[in-house]
Design a protein around this ligand. Structure first.
Ligand SMILES: [Zn+2]
Length: 375
């Protein structure tokens, strides 16, 4: 079965040429094909796109090294991810800038045998300390106090998570949009009205819906009410069964729909590692039974992989299988403006493909036409 994901073919061929998809459809097999991958009985889908992920396999974006980004990229490929946005943490801006540079290097000199970084997700530092979660409070600031233009100077910022209700952050919203970045509400106490106003200025995305944002109340719809109801907003959600009750995952999917709900992992360095102690932004975190917490119990990112998120969405929600896949592929790609080359199996797009078995476990991963993982 081929899921493009907007079209479903029970049987089809996917023809790849020079790292790009040349054609998709039934009966395209030809004699002059160099190499054939037999995926009969499997599910062939676009490679997964994770727009919010801090680390995994012992590596963190804030390590600010090529080695760290490569280590993450190779781990992600094992889980069907073909492109991702390394995500920074609330830290001194010079440390964030070092990570922005490391990601730039990996974009200019592509990683062999792994997922590809598409650009950086800046999570903070311009957030609300009241909703800090695991973002270190001492480094929280506002946009008027930092040289945020420097962070955008390499042209590789794809998302910036901020608290739009803070007056000093407001100029950053139209600036970031003009730079081609998604502007993301997160770690925020914005009221429904403040969020609606920020949307008028270009805000179009939300970080881990429900987590670390002003909650839903029937007389004060809050940040959550705005994220769920304002159609302009792409809503990230963590479907690990820990950050959100499965019923709330279903609620996000029902209210936003597969065209606006964005599956993310928000994974940290301890993802893909044994239970134990890891580090996040200078803080000790504990990975135990699929959850990551600060010593005080606050959730601190996740140990989720995106293939597991897709399996959970298929189990927790009303979404059909193509819709579950869409929320991890085409929708995230659209949310950051890269759907001209990523997120679906269509002629002209990059040949980023995942092959799944009937349990949605990853059988193989293909990045730009190269097989980078085989189970
Ligand atoms: Zn995060």
């Amino acid at each position: 079965m081929v899921l493009t994901p907007l079209e479903v073919f029970e049987q089809a061929d996917v023809i790849i040429e020079d790292g790009k998809i040349f054609a998709v459809g039934p009966g395209l097999a030809r004699d002059d094909i160099d190499e054939t991958i037999d995926a009969r009985g499997r599910i062939v889908a676009p490679g997964y796109v994770d727009v919010h992920v801090h680390g995994s396999a012992g590596h963190d974006t804030m390590d600010a090294t090529r080695d760290a980004i490569e280590g993450m990229a190779k781990f992600f490929a094992n889980h069907g991810v073909t492109s991702f946005c390394p995500t920074t943490l609330t830290q001194p801006t010079e440390d964030i800038m070092a990570s922005v540079r490391a990601v730039k290097d990996c974009m200019e000199n592509p990683i062999e045998g792994g997922a590809q970084p598409l650009g950086v997700h800046l999570e903070g530092p311009c957030i609300d300390a009241e909703k800090k979660g695991a973002q270190p409070e001492q480094h929280i600031t506002h946009a008027a106090a930092i040289d945020y233009r420097d962070l955008f100077s390499l042209g590789n910022i794809k998302l910036v998570t901020l608290a739009p209700e803070i007056e000093e952050n407001r100029d950053l919203i139209p600036f970031a949009r003009a730079q081609g970045a998604a502007v993301v509400v997160g770690h925020s106490s914005a009221t429904y009205e403040e969020l609606a106003e920020a949307v008028q200025h270009g805000l179009n995305h939300a970080t881990h819906t429900f987590n670390q944002m002003e909650g839903l109340h029937h007389r004060k719809p809050g940040t959550v009410g705005g994220v769920l109801l304002l159609d302009e907003i792409y809503a990230e959600f963590i479907a690990d069964g820990v950050h959100l009750h499965p019923a709330i995952v279903d609620m996000v999917v029902r209210l936003k729909g597969p065209e606006r709900a964005v599956a993310i992992t928000d994974a940290i360095s301890g993802a893909g590692m044994p239970d134990g102690e890891y580090e996040l932004g200078g803080q000790k975190v504990v990975v135990k039974e699929g959850a990551v917490r600060l010593p005080d119990g606050t959730l601190a990112g996740s140990a989720l992989t995106l293939d597991q998120a897709v399996r959970n969405i298929a189990e927790f929600t009303i979404a059909s299988l193509p819709e579950a896949i869409q929320m991890a592929t085409l929708t995230p790609a659209r949310s950051i403006g890269v759907a001209d080359r990523k997120g679906s199996l269509e002629p002209g797009k990059d040949a980023d493909i995942v092959v799944l078995d009937e349990d949605l476990d990853v059988v193989s991963t293909i990045v730009m036409g190269q097989v980078v993982y085989r189970a």
